[in-house]
Design a protein around this ligand. Structure first.
Ligand code: NDP
Ligand code: 2IT
Length: 445
C-alpha cells in the first residue's frame, strides 16, 4: 500500500484540483499496483503509472448564438487516454459541471471498461460545460454543430470514436454526425450512437441499461438466484435508468423508484410499462422534472432526494458520480439490499463500496456492469466496417455474451480466499492485464 500512497501523492501534487480523477485512479491503483509488483516486466515498464497520464488532452472554445441572438461561449474537451487496444473510444458529456478533471476520470475508467469488453477499443472521453436544460432544439443543434467544428479534427474511425453520455443522446449525436458528414463526407465508423438511418445499431440505446441488468443476473446466477420477483431501486431517469428499468420489468422485478436532478419518485406498486413510456416521452425534452410524472400518476415526489432510503433487494445507481455515499450504503444494507450494480460511472463513493464489500453485498462496479453501452458501440463499428445491419436478436445475443464474458473475467481475477468474488478487484485487474500486454508489446512509446 506504500506504493499506492506514493503514486497518489505524486498525482495529487500535479492534479490536486481534479478530485474525481484522483478518486478513480485510487480505486484501480489499490488493486492493480500490488498485482503489477508481482510482474517484473509490467513493473519495470511502469505500465500502470503511464496509464494515469493521458496520451493527450484537448481543450477548445465553443462559440454559438442563442435564441435571443446573444453570443455564448463554452469550453469543450476531448481526452485521448490510451489507444493501446484500438482507436480512442468513449462518450461525450454535456453538463455544466464538466471540466478537464471530470473528463479525465471518465476517460481513465474507460480504459479498463473497454478492455473488459474484449473488443478492439482504446479509451477516451469528451464533452463540454454546456447545460442543455431549458435549451430549445435549435440551440442544441447550433451548440452541437459548433462543438463539432473543432472536434472533427481529432476524430476518425481509426483514430477516435465518440458517442453519447449525460446530456448527449441520439438527437445530439445526429447533429454532431451531420456536421462531420458536411465537413468530411460519410464516415459512419467515426461516431457511435447514431440513428439507424445514419448507420446506427439496433439496441445501442438500450445497451447500457440492458447490459447492467444482464450483469446483475450473472452475479445472482452464480449464487443460484435470479432477478425474477425481486424489488429494485433505480436512480436516474435518463438513457441508462430507463433501459435498466425496462429490462428489470421484463425479467419480472418490481422497480420502486426513479430519480433526476430535481428529486425522487416512489412507485410502491412497481413501475408499469405504461408509466415507463410516459417517463421516456417526458425525458425526450431535457430539463423536464419527474415531478410531472408523479403528478400524472398520483405518486409521491421527494424534491432533492435520492432513492436509497426505499427498502429493496437490488440497487441500480444510474444517474451520476458520487450519488451514493457511506450513509446511503448503510441504509441499503440495513434494509436488506443484496446486490448493487452500477449503471452510472463511479456513482458509489469508495467508502460505500467498502461497506458493501464488508457486508457481503454483491457489488458490480460500473466499469464491468455498464460496459454494455460501449460494447454495442463496438458492435456498431463492426457493422459499419462491413456495411451490414444485424438484427435485434443478433445484437442482443452478442451483448449477453460480452456481459457474461466480463462476469467470468471478474470471477477469474477477483476470487478471494473465502470464495467470495471481489468484482471491483476482478474488473480492475482483468481490464489492466489485457491493456498491459498490448502496451508491453509496443515497446516504450
Ligand atoms: P442521461 O443524460 O440520459 O440521464 C442522466 C440522468 O441522471 C438524468 O435523469 C439526470 O437528471 C440525472 N443526473 C445527471 N446529473 C445529475 C446530477 N449531478 N445530480 C442528480 N441527477 C443527475 O445520461 P445517461 O443515462 O446516458 O448516463 C447516466 C450515467 O450512466 C452517467 O454516469 C454516464 O456516464 C453513465 N453511462 C452511460 C452510458 C451510455 O451509453 N449512455 C454508458 C455507460 C455509462 P435530469 O433528467 O434532471 O437531467
Ligand atoms: O461511459 C460509457 O461507457 C459511455 N458513455 C459509452 C461510450 C461509448 O463509446 O459508447
Amino acid at each position: 500500500m506504500e506504493l499506492v500512497h506514493q503514486l497518489m501523492e505524486r498525482l495529487k501534487a500535479r492534479y490536486g484540483h481534479e478530485p474525481e480523477f484522483l478518486q478513480a485512479v485510487y480505486e484501480v491503483a489499490k488493486d492493480v499496483l500490488p498485482y503489477e509488483q508481482a510482474k517484473p516486466e509490467y513493473r519495470d515498464a511502469r505500465i500502470f503509472e503511464r496509464l494515469t497520464e493521458p496520451d493527450r488532452a484537448i481543450a477548445f472554445r465553443v462559440v454559438w448564438v442563442d435564441d435571443q441572438g446573444k453570443v455564448q461561449i463554452n469550453r469543450g474537451y476531448r481526452v485521448q487516454m490510451s489507444n493501446a487496444l484500438g482507436p480512442y473510444k468513449g462518450g461525450l458529456r454535456f453538463h455544466p459541471s464538466v471540466n478537464l478533471g471530470m473528463i479525465k476520470f471518465l476517460a481513465f475508467e474507460q480504459i479498463f471498461k473497454n478492455s473488459l469488453t474484449g473488443l478492439a477499443l482504446g479509451a477516451g472521453k469528451g464533452g463540454a460545460d454546456f447545460n442543455p436544460h431549458g435549451r430549445s432544439d435549435s440551440e442544441i443543434m447550433r451548440f452541437c454543430q459548433a462543438f463539432m467544428l473543432e472536434l472533427y479534427r481529432h476524430i476518425g474511425r481509426y483514430i477516435d470514436v465518440p458517442a453519447g453520455d449525460i446530456g448527449v443522446g441520439s438527437k445530439e449525436v445526429g447533429y454532431m454526425y451531420g456536421m462531420l458528414v458536411k465537413l468530411r463526407g460519410h464516415e459512419p465508423g467515426a461516431f457511435t450512437g447514431k440513428i439507424l438511418e445514419h448507420g446506427g445499431s439496433l439496441l445501442r440505446p438500450e445497451a447500457t441499461g440492458y447490459g447492467c441488468v444482464y450483469f446483475a443476473q450473472e452475479m445472482l446466477a452464480r449464487q443460484n438466484d435470479s432477478i425474477e420477483g425481486k424489488t429494485a431501486v433505480i436512480s436516474g431517469a435518463g438513457n441508462v435508468a430507463q433501459h435498466a428499468a425496462e429490462k428489470l420489468i421484463q425479467m419480472g422485478a418490481k422497480v420502486l423508484t426513479l430519480s433526476d436532478s430535481t428529486g425522487m419518485v416512489h412507485i410502491p406498486q412497481g413501475l408499469t410499462e405504461e408509466q415507463l413510456a410516459f417517463v421516456k416521452a417526458l425525458k425526450q425534452r431535457r430539463g423536464t422534472s419527474l415531478k410531472s410524472f408523479a403528478e400524472e400518476y398520483k405518486l409521491n415526489f421527494y424534491p432533492k432526494e435520492r432513492p436509497w432510503k426505499v427498502p429493496a433487494e437490488l440497487a441500480f445507481p444510474c444517474a451520476t458520480q458520487n450519488e451514493l455515499d457511506l450513509e446511503d450504503a448503510k441504509t441499503l444494507i440495513k434494509n436488506g439490499c443484496r446486490l448493487v450494480a452500477e449503471g452510472a460511472n463511479m456513482p458509489c463513493t469508495p467508502e460505500a463500496v467498502e461497506a458493501f464489500e464488508e457486508a457481503g453485498v454483491l457489488f458490480g462496479p460500473g466499469k464491468a456492469a455498464n460496459a454494455g453501452g460501449v460494447a454495442v458501440s463496438g458492435i456498431e463499428m463492426q457493422q459499419n466496417a462491413s456495411r451490414v445491419s444485424w438484427t435485434k436478436e443478433e445484437v442482443d445475443y452478442r451483448l449477453r455474451t460480452i456481459m457474461r464474458h466480463i462476469h467470468e473475467q471478474c470471477v477469474a481475477y477477483g476470487e478471494e480466499k473465502n470464495g467470495k468474488i471481489n468484482y471491483m478487484k476482478g474488473a480492475n485487474i482483468a481490464g489492466y492485464e489485457r491493456v498491459a500486454r498490448a502496451i508491453l508489446a509496443y515497446g516504450i512509446l
